[in-house]
Design a protein. Structure first.
Length: 188
């Protein structure tokens, strides 16, 4: 199984930046000091897999613990399915590619607005299989940008775009990408 680089998603990043500028206010929308946060992300996902780059749907779940107002330790699990067409010239059959990832890392939140932008960095593994290919597990990194918009002290919604690449070949970005709305719940 060979992974290759998928095209960048500059329009998605532009949409995120515009959303951050429009949705201002005052407050805190992320896990604060000694506060837990669970986030669910229904996602659109793209994987750069063998000679194909199929898109699909998936979901991510995150658990975070606030170390301070700005820093959160977090774990993420992501699962997605990608229908792939056959590529007869490369002898790749039609089928569904499945991607599973697990990551641990840190979130830095820019706590200045009711809409709080953040950056995530993490390390973990990506596993992929299906559509005629052998399964593959790779040590990977995660880099995400997003925002949370506070609706109450207990829950928020937002948007996240997460890129993933392999550590041995860190310059090829992204190998896997997911993006979607976020729904987060907090408690102490």
């Amino acid at each position: 199984m060979r992974w290759r680089v998928a095209p960048a998603t500059l329009p998605t990043v532009r949409l995120l930046v515009c959303s951050l500028l429009v949705l201002g206010g005052a407050g805190t929308a992320h896990a604060g000091d000694e506060q837990w946060q669970v986030t669910l992300v229904p996602a659109y996902a793209v994987v750069d897999f063998d000679a194909r780059s199929p898109s699909g749907v998936g979901a991510a779940a995150e658990l975070g613990y606030g170390l301070s107002d700005a820093w959160t330790v977090r774990t993420t699990v992501v699962l997605s399915a990608h229908p792939a067409d056959a590529d007869k010239s490369k002898m790749l059959p039609e089928g569904t590619l499945t991607v599973l990832g697990g990551f641990a890392g840190l979130r830095y939140a820019f706590d200045v607005l009711k809409t709080v932008p953040y950056l995530d960095l993490g390390l973990g593994f990506l596993w992929a299989q299906g559509a005629g290919g052998r399964s593959s597990t790779n040590l990977s990194y995660e880099a995400a940008i997003g925002f949370d918009h506070l609706e109450s002290p207990r829950w928020s919604w937002g948007l996240q775009v997460a890129y993933h690449g392999f550590l041995p070949n860190y310059s090829q970005l992204p190998v896997y990408l997911y993006a979607g709305p976020t729904f987060a719940w907090r408690w102490e």
